[in-house]
Design a protein around this ligand. Structure first.
Ligand code: HEM
Length: 188
């Protein structure tokens, strides 16, 4: 038992097998199978991304000031770089699967131009696209400097940390209406 639950890869694989068994048992419409699978993967990657965004904003950023100086590298050198890896790739795969869902459901263009019946999902997609842009082109490059993953002097590091924090907060703000749009779009 300890061995099983101590092995994250095995636990994830078992979750995957359970999901495949569920798909096989309920036998969804074959024509819609890809759509079902993409929606499921989309929400999985969305949770990885937004879960880590909330970890940074609800836990790491507010707690860091009270962490003793000698313990801070434990977070900045070990935990944060690892969390940022899953954070930015979670964002990339959420975008990819989200756009794929819209495309194969047949309304990608209508949603992107905010056409009448697709306004809610379109707004959600634009909000999430802005958030993903912030992750890859603002937060990650600034975090690389702030965490010392690339060379930067102390002043640049401090500025980069502030910029990363502000854009992380912007994403937290945008995530709230974005989630409303994502979860209610299929009601019309
Ligand atoms: C650029 C990024 C994103 C795009 C392009 C996108 C696109 C979409 C699309 C097209 C749908 C299907 C709506 C429908 O037809 O009912 C959807 C549903 C959904 N999305 Fe996203 N999304 C993005 C980001 C996110 C994020 C960050 C989350 C966070 C968890 C998320 C969570 C959901 C959920 C829970 C659903 C409902 C699934 C369903 O009811 O089938 N999405 N998204």
């Amino acid at each position: 038992m300890d061995k099983f639950f101590g092995n994250l890869h095995l636990v994830l694989l078992t979750g995957l097998v359970a999901a495949i068994a569920l798909i096989a048992y309920l036998g969804p419409d074959q024509a819609l199978l890809l759509n079902y699978v993409l929606r499921w993967l989309h929400v999985f990657f969305g949770i990885v991304w937004i879960g880590l965004l909330y970890y940074f904003n609800f836990v790491q950023i507010p707690t860091m000031p009270s962490v003793p100086a000698e313990l801070k590298p434990g977070v900045s050198k070990y935990i944060a770089p690892n969390a940022l890896f899953f954070f930015r790739w979670g964002a990339a795969f959420t975008v990819l699967t989200g756009l794929a869902v819209a495309y194969i459901t047949g309304y990608l263009h209508q949603a992107m131009v905010l056409q009448a019946d697709y306004r809610l999902i379109g707004i959600g997609m634009w909000l999430a696209l802005i958030m993903a842009f912030n992750v890859w082109f603002v937060i990650w490059p600034n975090q690389k400097k702030a965490l010392g993953l690339v060379e930067a002097d102390a002043d640049t590091k401090a500025k980069a940390a502030k910029t990363a924090m502000i854009f992380s907060r912007i994403n937290t703000l945008l995530s709230i209406p974005m989630l409303y749009a994502m979860t209610n779009a299929n009601l019309g």
